[in-house]
Design a protein around this ligand. Structure first.
Ligand SMILES: Cc1ncc(COP(=O)(O)O)c(C=O)c1O
Length: 410
């Protein structure tokens, strides 16, 4: 008998499990709105033209090789990534208060950050994640050994941030707790605090000496502008917080499978930043040994060349504008169909996702009856919509909403 024969069955991943079910579905008109990956107007993955250019530059370089990267990753990439997130005029960067290491995309950077906090901060602290949040947050921090709890984020009846309760959660958490904050384009709600609300959040966190750990997976996807989307991180930095930032280049460079990311630590002084950074490098050495080279080389070429950097920014505008158009088009279709309810939250929300408000039962019907794949909490990846499938998706939403209405009147 195997030592592992009695292991419990692992339930399908709430996001990837649905994407796999969609792949296996033979229905011709199926629509995949489950996974947070950009699709072009034909529903296809998009290789950013600027990435193709950088690949050509990379492969034609005779000096190129496949050697291991240093422990902290590719320095020309990590230093450029720090400028992208903290701003090239960042006082903290100039003062060397920030140490940056390459990570395995957003997830790997979060995990190394979590292990660092466990080892170097306080393993008895609770990690607070937003309710709701990206489904992996709980497991990543749990796996590192932490107790994970939630802070209130969402009012599902009003479909807005439940701001007062959010603030109460900050106040109620024990002093010095770790808060995981979505830097922009909150997943799954598509709703970020306003600038004024960020200021209040920061003030309250400061009063309780909480430790912010920013997760930046969608910089450039919320507003189409890298600087705007880094607003919260830069605000906290300017207020003297010490913090961690996990930065992913999966979505904004379309480098999903290349696993490109960065983990930054900001400390009050350069000496502490270097000491912490060396620990981060040690943890990364123990977990992945050496970060992947290919994506880092591509990003380094783009981020260190003014012309290519501008081109990348244009790509971000193309992606974020198409998503905005799809939001508008979906609401227009639902209004045309006179679908019961108010759907304006879809255009109020930003980033890659819309938290439609469809409940678990309605989402399940969308999948099982209509072959439209979304996560069971009603989240759709708006990037999966296009001119060809949007009419069908709207008509399916209309049907599941009407059928639920009819049942509630029985
Ligand atoms: C909020 C959030 N954080 C982190 C990630 C990590 O993404 P990756 O590891 O692909 O960079 C995602 C991906 O969907 C996400 O939505």
């Amino acid at each position: 008998m195997s030592l592992f024969a009695n292991l419990p069955e692992v339930p399908p991943d709430p996001i990837l499990g649905i994407a796999s079910a969609c792949k296996a579905d033979s229905f011709e008109g199926k629509v995949d709105l489950s996974i947070g990956a950009y699709r072009d107007e034909n529903g296809k993955p998009w290789i950013l033209p600027v990435v193709s250019k950088a690949e050509k530059i990379l492969t034609s370089n005779p000096e190129r090789n496949h050697e291991y990267l240093p422990m902290g990753g590719l320095p020309s990439f990590t230093s450029a990534a720090a400028r992208i997130i903290f701003g090239s005029d960042s006082k903290e960067l100039k003062n060397k208060q920030i140490y940056s290491i390459q990570g395995l995309s957003g997830t790997g950077s979060l995990f190394v950050g979590a292990c660092f906090l466990y080892e170097c901060y306080d393993r008895n602290k609770t990690i607070y994640i937003s309710d709701p949040t990206w489904t992996n947050h709980r497991s990543v921090f749990g796996l590192a050994g932490f107790k994970v709890d939630v802070y209130t984020y969402w009012d599902s009846s009003l479909k807005t941030i439940s701001f007062e309760k959010y603030i109460s959660s900050i106040r109620d958490a024990p002093e010095g707790s770790v808060f995981i904050l979505h830097a922009c384009a909150h997943n799954p709600t598509g709703s970020d605090p306003t600038k004024e609300q960020w200021q209040i959040i920061a003030n309250e966190m400061k009063a309780k000496k909480h430790f912010p750990f920013f997760d930046s997976a969608y910089q450039g996807f919320a507003t189409g502008d890298l600087d705007n989307d880094a607003y919260a991180i830069r605000l906290f930095a300017s207020m003297g917080f010490e913090m961690l930032v996990a930065q992913s280049f999966a979505k904004n460079m379309g480098l999903y499978g290349e696993r490109l990311g960065c983990l930054h630590i900001l400390c009050k002084d350069s000496n502490s930043a270097t000491r912490s950074g060396k620990f981060l490098e040690k943890m990364s050495r123990n977990i992945v040994s050496s970060a992947p080279r290919y994506g880092a080389e591509i990003a380094s070429i783009i981020l260190n060349n003014d012309e290519l950097l501008q081109e990348w920014k244009q790509c971000l505008v193309i992606m974020s504008s198409r998503i905005l158009e799809m939001r508008k088009a979906l609401v227009e279709k639902l209004v045309e169909l006179k679908t019961p309810g108010d759907w304006t939250h879809i255009t109020r929300q930003i980033g890659m996702f819309s938290f439609t408000g469809l409940n678990t039962e309605q989402s399940t019907t969308m999948i099982e009856k209509y072959h439209v794949y979304l996560t069971k909490n009603g989240r759709i990846s708006v990037a999966g919509l296009n001119e060809k499938n949007i009419g069908y998706v709207a008509s399916c939403i209309d049907k599941v909403v009407r059928s639920a209405e009819a049942q509630s009147h029985l």
